[in-house]
Design a protein around this ligand. Structure first.
Ligand code: ZN
Length: 272
C-alpha cells in the first residue's frame, strides 16, 4: 500500500531509473543488476539491503505508477535454491498493470554466490524471531523492508529435493500459506490453476498442493509475516525431483503470478 515508504525504510537508495533492469545472475555467477534495458517501460526503483557490506544485495520495486496493492517477493533466502532466485530475477523484470512488487532476488547474496544453503551466518530462514527483532543484521534489514512495504501479500520462493508427503521431510511442490489473510484459499486456488495449466497429466506426483499452515510457530520469514504483520503470505517450494531447473523456474514464476493476481497485482502479458 505505502509504496513510497519502502524507499525511506533505512535502505540506501542506489538509483532510480525509468527502465527495466536487466538481471543476469546465475548459479556461481555474480548476482547483481546489469545495465538498464531501454525496451522496458515500467518504473523500477532500486535500493540495497546491508549497503556497504559484503552482504549488500539489491532490491527492485516494480511499479505500475498507481497506489494499488503491494507485494513483496523474496528469492535466495537459501543460496543453493536456484529456481527460487532465478524466478525472482524474472519477476524483477515484469511489467505490472496494477499495484507494485518489491523484489529481493538474492536475499542471502553470500550464500547465492557460494551456491550453498546457509552462507556465513547460518540459516537465514531460522532468524526471524516471532514477536521480536530478527536475530542477524541481514534478517533485520530484510524484515524492515518487508514491514515498510506494508504489503498485501509476501511470497518467499524456495526449492526442495523431494515430494511433499512422499519423501520424508522434503516439501517440494507445495504452497505453505499463512494463517493470516486468505492465504489458505490463495494456495488452494493457485495450486489448482497451475496444475491445470502447466503440470502434464502424466506428472501426477508433481501436482502442487497446499502445505501446512504457517502461524508463527517457527522463526521463519513467512511465519513472522503471519504472526507479526497479520498479513497473507505463501512459502513456495518447488521440487528438483525429476524436474529440470528451467521448468522449476517457469512454474515458480507462474505461481507467483497467480498469487499476486489474487491480490490485485496484474502482470502485463500474463502467461495464463
Ligand atoms: Zn529453502
Amino acid at each position: 500500500m505505502k509504496r513510497r515508504a519502502v524507499l525511506a525504510a533505512g535502505a540506501t537508495v542506489a538509483g532510480s531509473v525509468m527502465a527495466g533492469a536487466t538481471l543476469g545472475a546465475t548459479a556461481g555467477g555474480d548476482p547483481g543488476p546489469r545495465q538498464p534495458s531501454p525496451a522496458a517501460e515500467t518504473t523500477i526503483e532500486t535500493g540495497a539491503l546491508r549497503p556497504g557490506t559484503r552482504r549488500e544485495t539489491p532490491y527492485f520495486e516494480v511499479g505500475s505508477g498507481d497506489d494499488g496493492p503491494t507485494a513483496v517477493v523474496v528469492g535466495g533466502v537459501h543460496g543453493n535454491e536456484v529456481s527460487g532466485y532465478r524466478a525472482a530475477e524474472r519477476i524483477a523484470e515484469w511489467q505490472v498493470t496494477d499495484g507494485s512488487v518489491v523484489v529481493v532476488p538474492w536475499a542471502n547474496v553470500v550464500a547465492v554466490r557460494r551456491n550453498e544453503r546457509e552462507g556465513p551466518d547460518g540459516d537465514l530462514n531460522r532468524q526471524f524471531s516471532i514477536g521480536g527483532e530478527p536475530e542477524t543484521p541481514l534478517a533485520r534489514s530484510l524484515w524492515e523492508l518487508v514491514a515498510a512495504a506494508d504489503p498485501d501479500v509476501v511470497v518467499d520462493l524456495h526449492r526442495s529435493r523431494g515430494i511433499y508427503g512422499t519423501h520424508g521431510r522434503w516439501v517440494g511442490q507445495a504452497l505453505f500459506p499463512t494463517a493470516a489473510g486468505d492465504a489458505t484459499s490463495d494456495a488452494d486456488a493457485v495450486a489448482d490453476r497451475v496444475n491445470e495449466a502447466a503440470v502434464p497429466a502424466s506428472m501426477w506426483a508433481h501436482r502442487f498442493r497446499r502445505g501446512n499452515t504457517l502461524r508463527g510457530t517457527s522463526p521463519m520469514l513467512i511465519h513472522k509475516v503471519s504472526a507479526d504483520l497479520d498479513t497473507a503470505g505463501v512459502l513456495v517450494e518447488l521440487t528438483e525431483f525429476y524436474l529440470d531447473v528451467d521448468t522449476q523456474v517457469r512454474w515458480t514464476e507462474l505461481i507467483a503470478e497467480r498469487l499476486l493476481s489474487r491480490h490485485g497485482i496484474e502482470r502485463r502479458g500474463s502467461a495464463l
